[in-house]
Design a protein. Structure first.
Lengths: 187, 135
């Protein structure tokens, strides 16, 4: 059975039709779709961007840094690199970061364990902070396990078998850095 | 040298020398409390601008030597006393009361033999008490 249309329905039909035709004349459909699609996808994806998450983390807790420390010796992508004397994990220098900086999109754990390593060049003992970089899956490149000065797991503050992603937004560990905090000297 | 200055110095050139109680603090405490004593909100209490507030109440002095991080640190009594004294002045001189008597090895040795069972609860009560005292 065909539905009967009232004069009021026809008035609404004309209004919608005119509006649609005017819109179609003034805008390109392709550009409208492109802008609409970008807005929808962009809004949904923005909170997922790892860089945005890490930037928030950095603002909350400034990470330790030894940028500019010189001179340095050795290859930070190797387990034998002097700072890695007690590192256990994937080297951030192989994962998009460096020996003292986390890869983009990860957050350096503010809670960590600290030891010393002897510099082969000057023979001094340097205080090294082993910080995990957190927020992405395991890097799986340059795995190292060195244990100088490490203590058993019941001595948690000196154990490197633990995942040290404490105080971070994510507990997922990506890689580890070895930041120089100073030179240990006898008083 | 304040920890903040230490990091600035690192950024500018060779690593700074760390020795004595500051070295012990760096090796045994800074992993959690951080080099500048700022701690991690929600995880580790800050020492900076805070730790000496415990000295405003009588029970606060023993508390600082009995908290697990202090009492169980692999430091002998003299070294632990030195770290506590250094920490108070270095991180929170403004709250150190006039006439403060530094911790001694003997005092710390006795205090660290008494385990602190409820650390969080004790800490909360002491800070409440200290806030009341300072008004």
């Amino acid at each position: 059975m065909k539905a009967q249309r009232s004069p009021g329905d026809r008035w609404i039909d004309h209004l919608v039709e005119n509006g649609a035709r005017t819109l179609a004349r003034r805008t390109s459909r392709r550009s409208l779709l492109a802008r609409l699609g970008a807005a929808i996808v962009g809004t949904a994806a923005f909170p997922l961007l790892p860089v945005a998450r890490a930037a928030e983390g950095d603002a909350r807790l400034p990470a330790p840094s030894d940028a500019g420390l010189a001179p340095d010796v050795g290859d930070p992508t190797q387990c034998t690199y002097w700072r890695h004397c007690a590192i256990d994990g994937f080297l951030c220098a192989c994962c998009g970061g460096s020996q003292s900086a986390c890869p983009p999109g990860t957050e350096m754990s503010p809670i960590t364990w600290i030891g010393t390593c002897r510099h082969p060049g000057d023979g001094k003992d340097y205080v090294i902070s082993y910080n995990d970089c957190c927020g992405q899956a395991l890097c799986m490149r340059c795995r190292c396990t060195r244990t100088e000065g490490e203590k058993p797991v019941y001595y948690t503050s000196k154990n490197n078998d633990l995942l040290w992603c404490f105080g971070t937004k994510s507990r997922a560990v990506n890689c580890s850095v070895a930041v120089v905090l100073g030179v240990a000297t006898k008083s | 040298m304040p920890a903040g200055a230490l990091l600035l110095a690192l950024a500018a050139g060779p690593a700074s020398a760390v020795s004595g109680p500051e070295l012990d603090y760096t090796l045994e405490c800074a992993g959690c409390h951080r080099a500048d004593g700022s701690g991690t909100p929600g995880s580790v209490p800050a020492l900076r601008d805070s730790v000496a507030r415990f000295l405003a109440v009588p029970e606060g002095r023993p508390y600082l030597a009995r908290v697990p991080g202090a009492a169980q640190a692999p430091l002998d009594d003299a070294a632990l006393a030195a770290v506590l004294n250094w920490m108070l002045v270095h991180f929170d001189a403004a709250h150190v009361p006039a006439g403060f008597t530094p911790y001694t090895a003997e005092e710390v040795g006795q205090l660290r033999t008494r385990p602190l069972v409820d650390v969080e609860g004790t800490r909360k009560l002491l800070l409440q008490h200290a806030a009341t005292t300072s008004r």
